[in-house]
Design a protein around this ligand. Structure first.
Ligand SMILES: [Zn+2]
Ligand SMILES: [Zn+2]
Length: 272
């Protein structure tokens, strides 16, 4: 019988969830999870908490909840205290204050740690808003929060900087039937047609009667910028054709309607 030798390093990585264990596998940390871990890291930057610290345990539990929302939590050692503790050690590597004296953090980690560090570590208010929004989305018992569990990741949609949970919430809200109908009705009443705000495409003109009423509705404000309980205003919504809408969500950070208009203008002037 062949005996598999697992190196010490592999074991450490497995505990962090980067490598599959022989008995089970933990998926890599998502951006959402790394944002929450970074928040904990920065609050204890000078002296990291140990595995039994209440905040490490609380984060471990919250990550378990996020994992369930995203369909990643299969139990076992998923984001246990040890995994959270190791992840804090991983952030050391990207912390200029820590490495300035020649010290090194844990070498092996997830490449996303650097991305999250660069996007949030020097921006405390941006980090605080993202952390609060992720917590609200996961800890809420609203129908909306429950619905996130059933939403799958869309291949064309690039994850927002704030991660998968808020991306799902954003896309879920864009499809809210009542909101979509209210927006279309409002524009129809004011303008008499439903045109893409980025390129002017009108399904009813392009396809005749069959195209009547067809247009996407896009949230121009990322959901995490909305305060708890704040209702979406119709003016926060934009009508977009499917192409422009797809383009907007294909870049990180997501493009604005104005940016798509400018891109079209630039491409058209280059073509002449
Ligand atoms: Zn368009
Ligand atoms: Zn959209």
């Amino acid at each position: 019988m062949a005996i598999e030798v697992i190196s010490k390093e592999e074991n450490v990585q497995a505990e962090q969830g980067e490598l599959p264990r022989k008995s089970q596998s933990n998926p890599p940390w998502t951006t959402d999870e790394l944002i929450l871990a970074l928040d904990l890291y920065l609050r204890h930057r000078s002296s990291l908490p140990d595995k039994i610290h209440p905040e490490v345990q609380a984060l471990s539990q919250l990550l378990g909840q996020i994992g369930s929302t995203l369909g990643l939590n299969r139990g076992g050692s998923f984001r246990n205290e040890n995994g959270v503790y190791m992840k804090l050690g991983n952030f050391r590597r990207w912390d200029p204050k820590y490495v300035e004296n020649g010290r090194k953090g844990l070498a092996k980690g997830n490449k996303n740690e650097k991305v999250v560090w660069d996007e949030f570590a020097e921006m405390p208010s941006k980090l605080a808003i993202a952390v609060a929004a992720i917590r609200r989305a996961v800890e809420s018992s609203s129908a909306e929060a429950k619905a996130l569990t059933g939403v799958s990741n869309e291949p064309d949609v690039i994850e927002a900087e704030e991660g998968k949970v808020l991306t799902r919430l954003h896309r879920y809200r864009e499809r809210d039937r009542n909101l979509v109908q209210a927006k279309k009705k409002d524009v129809m009443k004011k303008q008499g047609c439903l045109r893409c705000e980025a390129c002017g495409f009108d399904f009813a003109i392009a396809y005749g009667q069959v195209g009547n009423g067809i247009i996407d509705v896009h949230h121009t404000k990322p959901v995490h910028t909305l305060k708890p309980g704040e209702k979406t205003k119709l003016s926060d919504l934009a009508l977009l054709c499917s192409n422009c809408h797809r383009l907007i969500h294909s870049k990180r950070p997501w493009l604005s309607v104005e940016q798509v208009r400018a891109l079209r203008k630039e491409a058209q002037s280059n073509a002449i």
